[in-house]
Design a binder for this molecule. Structure first.
Ligand SMILES: [Zn+2]
Length: 413
């Protein structure tokens, strides 16, 4: 249904914007990012769509056909040192599917609106573009800053988008959103499956654990007189591994990504020690149990003394996002048609723009295998045959969705 060579050529062209070795450096609102967005806009126009870059940098294509329209897309920005397929894959799929279906006489009446979201990766603020499109962007997000201290609003001004209208979901037109993405993990490769149909996007919670002891001289303070915050933090780190393993499901992950001893000197007993602990799972109840278990361990260590251990949430919990059952059904049918017996249903362990869109529109996602499960790295890659197959599956699912006749406009929640 689609043109595999044209698809791969498009991906390689997009890779050229910000290419560094095998990787890509194309953070949001950088020069390569804006050049890539202008290229995408021009490609959409050449494909027969109307297209524009909106007030937050989204590239939004609109089919000349009347709705119901299916939104297809992903993000075209990258991590500070990113791979060439993360986001780009889903964006070029959307472009190719919109173009291919318009070209074919039997599908040229269908409406596909391709989109490349802005700043999914959170160079300034995560999922900037999809939040804006879904009407969920608050004004305070525009004051969020990148690592050099530039705010979203300042960046929008710098790239010439100040005053440009932001694109918004059209409830009378858009009936759903589908996003293809590389898996970014090893599960498909390990199982030998070729396509992943996403059931839900995991929820994320994160806490900060702070141990308070007593700062003192590392030479003159006898061991029995110490309240060493560092020692208790290490014990917490070890015991939390065992506790969480007891309540973990197959998709549960947790990470102590950051730890610090204060004041952090060789000859000082740490007075304060802290760490972050992030945990993810597709099941919100399990996330609650995990959080309770962490709090319980902290209370236990605190009660024992002499240090106190406190736990506070680092951010509002992000609940799991369930993908729309009827869109998923179409993806399953398309996966079975193009990879019979070699596709799997799976949760997404990474966050995606679909999380934002799911608040206002039925959403579904499809994954293709990542070589070695590597992503957010220059080594990120996928086999060309897998890339083309994924686009075929999504194109097939698009046809099934748009000719279903039971299109629902109820949000997946
Ligand atoms: Zn991504």
């Amino acid at each position: 249904m689609i043109d595999g060579d044209r698809l791969l050529a498009g991906l390689r062209t997009l890779r050229g914007f910000g290419a560094e070795g095998t990787g890509v450096v194309r953070p949001t609102f950088s020069d390569p990012d804006m050049r890539a967005r202008r290229w995408l806009r021009d490609e959409m126009v050449a494909a027969g769509l109307t297209a524009r870059i909106d007030g937050v940098g989204n590239v939004v294509g609109t089919s000349p056909n009347h709705g119901p329209a299916l939104l297809i897309g992903s993000h075209s920005d990258t991590q500070p040192t990113g791979g060439w397929l993360d986001g780009a894959l889903g964006v070029v799929y959307a472009l190719e599917i919109a173009r291919a279906l318009l070209e074919r006489p039997d599908t040229s009446h269908l409406a596909i609106d391709p989109v490349a979201w802005s700043d999914e990766e959170g160079t300034y603020t995560s999922c900037l573009g999809s939040r804006s499109f879904a009407g969920r962007l608050t004004d305070d997000a525009l004051t969020d800053r990148n690592a050099s201290g530039e705010s979203v609003a300042e960046a929008i001004e710098r790239v010439g988008l100040a005053g440009v209208e932001r694109a918004r979901l059209d409830p009378a037109r858009h009936v759903g959103y589908v996003e293809a993405h590389i898996e970014q993990g090893p599960r498909l490769e390990d199982s030998g499956d070729l396509i992943g149909v996403v059931t839900s996007i995991v929820g994320i919670r994160a806490v900060r654990v702070t141990v308070s002891g007593e700062q003192n001289h590392a030479g003159t303070t006898p061991m029995h007189r110490r309240a060493d915050a560092g020692v208790v933090l290490f014990e917490f780190g070890h015991r939390v591994q065992q506790r969480l393993a007891k309540v973990a499901g197959p998709a549960t992950v947790w990470t102590i990504g950051r730890a610090a001893l204060a004041p952090g000197a060789e000859s000082i007993i740490p007075g304060v020690a802290s760490c972050t602990l992030q945990f993810r799972d597709p099941d919100d109840e399990r996330l609650q149990v995990m959080e309770a278990s962490i709090v319980e361990l902290a209370a236990e260590l605190s009660g024992r003394g002499p240090c106190t251990v406190s736990v506070e949430r680092r951010r509002a919990p992000i609940p799991p996002t369930v993908m729309d059952p009827s869109l998923r059904e179409h993806l399953r049918a398309a996966a079975e048609a193009h990879a019979p017996g070699r596709w799997a249903e799976m949760a997404s362990a990474a966050g995606h723009d679909a999380m934002e869109l799911a608040h206002v529109l039925p959403c579904a996602m499809v994954f293709i295998p990542s070589i070695g499960g590597v992503s957010h790295a220059f080594a990120e890659d996928s086999h060309p045959t897998d890339i083309v197959r994924g686009a075929e599956v999504l194109a097939d699912a698009t046809l099934r969705i748009l000719t279903d006749g039971h299109l629902t406009r109820t949000p997946a929640g």
